[in-house]
Design a protein around this ligand. Structure first.
Ligand SMILES: *Cc1c(COP(=O)(O)O)cnc(C)c1O
Length: 391
């Protein structure tokens, strides 16, 4: 792999104000110091196991497999505390912040899921927490705003620009520049300036590590295909990292295809994006003709993001991983198939990965396919209800 210190191939880097470079350097140094430190890892492993619920099972979806003639296994990240893989990263980074002597954590959130996961670990570790959120998002995700407040976080509603995630990012970066001595910026996906994509991939790679061990120990061979949904790309890179050196394993990322291939009606940055800088790194970004960040759409709030992690842009260009869009309606089909055949309600994000495999099942006949079930669907029930009624 062509990874130097700051870049994945040509993607990544640190496209930030000069004032932030020293704090990124400090973060990088601390991350490489603690990631192999015994005390740090004992504390993190304890929390992952006894607080979050790791290791998560790998489940053979028998009825789904019989119907589609594909051997489908699910990595059950939906069973974790707070209902998704996000807790792996928030626990890791919050603990890192504590070891670095930071007393305050800030984060930004679109759908609110990352904000809730951050507020949760800050309550756990007794760290002061501020979450930035666009006012439109805060309106749409009222319950998550309430949750964060109950957990003791301050929610700062951002009322400028498009009043969504990208404006919350700007506000969080501004806060960080002003308060670098006391504050860690806890980024929620494998995005942002280096070393964030590396930190998030590291803390999520536990997913792929456990899954690979399971296949070697219990099945006696590796899966043929590994599939995960891609928003910013953290659950996907987390499971991919377990198999990236196994050239025979196909890696497939599924993006939000939304309503159509028209800009503004999807969130498929790897399929339709162009090289650009967003949230401090060079990657593939959905943009308008004049280079502004495009508006995006997905039925799934967690995939509604105009950028993608730089490592995915690299894996896409080199062909080591493949990326395909799946439309809202196919994701909703995936949701109902898993719900009715297995009694598991998947998150709408994860439903994109399920929807992809069942829609293209003819391409995978007889193959062993491992799907990362990144989260549970309880949070999405009202959206699915509305969607079904609207049809
Ligand atoms: C946030 C979220 C995602 C998308 O984020 P990635 O960083 O791409 O993993 C996917 N699934 C669930 C359940 C989420 O909450």
């Amino acid at each position: 792999m062509d990874y130097n210190k700051y870049f994945y191939g040509e993607y990544g880097g640190q496209f930030v104000a000069e004032t932030l470079i020293p704090v990124l350097d400090e973060l990088e140094e601390s991350f490489f110091k603690y990631k192999d430190n015994t005390d740090f890892n004992e504390e993190l492993d304890y929390l992952l196991k006894n607080y979050a619920g790791r290791p998560t099972p790998v489940y053979f979806a028998r009825r789904l497999s019989e119907k589609y003639k594909v051997k489908i296994y699910l990595k059950r990240e939906d069973l974790l505390h707070t209902g998704a893989h996000k807790i792996n990263n928030t626990l890791g980074q919050a603990l890192l912040a504590k070891y670095m002597g930071k007393r305050r954590i800030i984060a930004e959130t679109g759908a609110g899921q990352h904000g809730v996961a951050t507020a949760t670990v800050c309550a756990l570790l007794g760290i002061d927490c501020t979450v930035y959120m666009g006012s439109l998002d805060a309106e749409r995700q009222k319950i998550n705003v309430e949750r964060m407040k109950m957990l003791g976080a301050k929610v700062k509603v951002v009322d400028f620009g498009s009043k969504t995630l990208k404006d919350a990012v700007s506000a969080a970066l501004k806060d960080w520049v002003t308060n670098v001595d006391t504050t860690h910026y806890l980024i929620g996906s494998a995005v942002g300036p280096y070393p964030f994509p590396e930190i998030v991939a590291h803390f999520q790679s536990v997913i792929g590590k456990e899954a690979r061990e399971y296949f070697i120990d219990e099945i006696g061979k590796l899966p043929d295909v590994v599939v995960a949904c891609v928003g910013g790309g953290s659950n996907a890179i987390g499971i991919f990292r377990g198999f990236i050196n196994d050239e025979q394993v196909r890696l497939i990322g599924v993006e939000a295809g939304g309503l159509s291939d028209k800009i503004g009606e999807h969130a498929s940055s790897l399929n339709f994006g162009k090289k650009g800088v967003f949230q401090g790194c060079l990657s593939k970004v959905l943009q308008t003709e004049n280079g502004q960040i495009a508006t995006v759409h997905s039925v799934s709030a967690g995939l509604d993001y105009p950028g993608v992690g730089p490592e995915h842009a690299y894996l896409c260009d080199t062909g080591r991983a493949e990326y395909y869009p799946i439309k809202d309606k196919d994701a909703v089909d995936g949701f109902f198939e898993l719900t009715r055949l297995e009694g598991i309600l998947p998150a709408l994000e994860s439903s994109h990965a399920i929807g992809f495999v069942i829609k293209h099942s003819k391409d995978f006949l007889g193959k062993t396919v491992l799907i990362n079930l990144s989260g549970r669907g309880d949070k999405d029930l009202h959206i699915i209800e509305d969607y079904v009624r609207g049809l």
